[in-house]
Design a protein around this ligand. Structure first.
Ligand code: ASP
Length: 419
């Protein structure tokens, strides 16, 4: 285990701030996870490695119930009366559209009120206040801090700060990581998994690209070994594998499922290729994974684009480019990492295409011509974010059981579950 003394010398104030928690930050995930829970429930949602398959299934069930209840006025009234006494702080000091708005909408679905700090130049951080003091202030006024930051591991450090406050009998609130540097985006991974779970139920044509039912896909379309659920699937990721925090978080969740294979398609460039820490985690979890440089590379004797059960596209995170990379990045043929209608037509008929968004219109990793293809699942994926985030907040505030009880008594009889 590395300690403060073995770390490279911190250069920025941010790095110096995190040193305070360094020995806790450097621990293996399994040692950190209990600290992020309370009474067997998630208290702080910090990285995807803390989630388990039973938790993902439970959360998806709650999200399904919330979305169904939200279709009726009576259901909406029930939901907004669950947490009207709770207030959320949305502390987003990095650009965000979907994550910010979907968290806000998720809070509103459950009746919570929200406030926001998006521009640190309007906060006391300009007067020299540390981020930890800011968070502690937010925790005095609000009941949860949902935070996005360019600083990797800040959210995790804030969770430890809250736990320390708790141990000393001070007020402490849950921390939800809504994106931390190029490191983790655990709630994006939750909505990505939820989208894939729904797709591979083959139950609702809106969620599954092929309107065919599973047995038809197997018998008539020749997808012999196709099964429901995420196990035994081959999932592709394309684009900026090295700096895409959504890729990192989702890959760790997919690694939980039996016999999943992960294929990473991206430029073989030190900045854009998979980082060593992620490679080590995947090896640790015994996942079969492949790093390829084109959709035409071969997997099981066929071009990989034809072999994927789902494809997760990403943009190149050029806001992280540094001067040293400029020349080498200029020599890469990025068109290989953009989908075309021709490539999509070669994909499996049922294989959903996901993207965490925003997509980059100049780069063109998913041109708009693909939007009408039934495999294009990215707009539905974004909407799923609101439901799964509402489910997560319901779990954190321990009202998920009220939702399932109400659902069982009021809904199961009257509605079809997957309408
Ligand atoms: N919105 C996602 C994120 O915050 C993906 C991206 O920005 O490319 O990481």
């Amino acid at each position: 285990m590395s300690t403060a003394s073995t770390m490279k010398r911190p250069k920025t104030q941010d790095e110096r701030d995190l040193l305070l928690y360094d020995s806790r930050l450097q621990r293996p995930i399994r040692m950190k996870t209990p600290e992020l829970e309370r009474d067997g429930r998630i208290r702080h949602a910090i990285f995807s490695g803390q989630f388990t398959v039973p938790f993902l299934e439970e959360l998806a069930g709650i999200a399904d119930m919330i979305r169904l209840m939200s279709k009726s006025r009576a259901g909406q009234d029930f939901l907004i009366n669950l947490l009207p006494h709770k207030r959320a702080m949305l502390y987003f000091t990095q650009p965000s559209t979907r994550t910010f708005l979907s968290f806000m909408a998720a809070c509103q679905v459950l009746g919570m009120s929200c406030n926001e700090v998006r521009d640190p130049s309007t906060s006391s951080e300009t007067k020299g206040e540390t981020r930890f003091d800011s968070i502690r202030m937010f925790s005095s006024y609000f009941d949860v801090v949902i935070m996005r930051s360019p600083i990797a591991r800040l959210a995790e450090s804030c969770a430890y700060l809250m736990n320390d406050l708790d141990s000393s009998g001070s007020r402490s609130v849950p921390i939800v990581n809504a994106g931390s540097g190029a490191d983790e985006h655990p709630t994006q991974a939750l909505l990505d998994i939820y989208t894939l779970q729904r797709s591979f139920q083959f139950a609702n044509p809106k969620d599954s690209p092929s309107s065919n039912k599973l047995d038809e896909l197997r018998e008539r379309k020749g997808y012999d070994g196709l099964t429901k659920g995420l196990a035994h699937k081959t999932i592709g990721f394309c684009g900026d594998i090295g700096r895409g925090r959504t890729v990192r978080s989702l890959a760790m969740l997919l690694a939980l499922y039996e016999d999943v294979r992960l294929v990473f398609v991206g430029p073989d460039h030190p900045t854009l290729a998979m980082r060593e820490d992620m490679r080590e985690r995947l090896v640790d979890r015994n996942v079969r994974f492949y790093e390829m440089d084109s959709f035409e590379d071969s997997l099981d004797g066929r071009p990989v684009i034809e072999q994927l059960d789902a494809l997760y596209m990403t943009r190149i995170q050029k806001e992280h480019n540094n001067a040293a990379d400029t020349d080498s990045l200029a020599t890469i043929d990025f068109s290989k990492y953009c989908l075309t209608p021709e490539l999509v037509s070669r994909m499996k008929e049922y294989a959903p295409i996901l993207h965490p968004f925003p997509r980059d219109q100049h780069f063109g990793e998913i041109p708009p011509e693909i939007d009408n293809d039934p495999r294009a699942m990215y707009f539905r994926q974004a909407r799923n974010g609101m439901w799964i985030r509402a489910a997560l907040l319901a779990h954190v505030f321990d009202v998920d059981r009220l939702i399932s009880r109400h659902f069982l008594t009021e809904y199961v009889e009257r509605h079809h579950y997957n309408e």
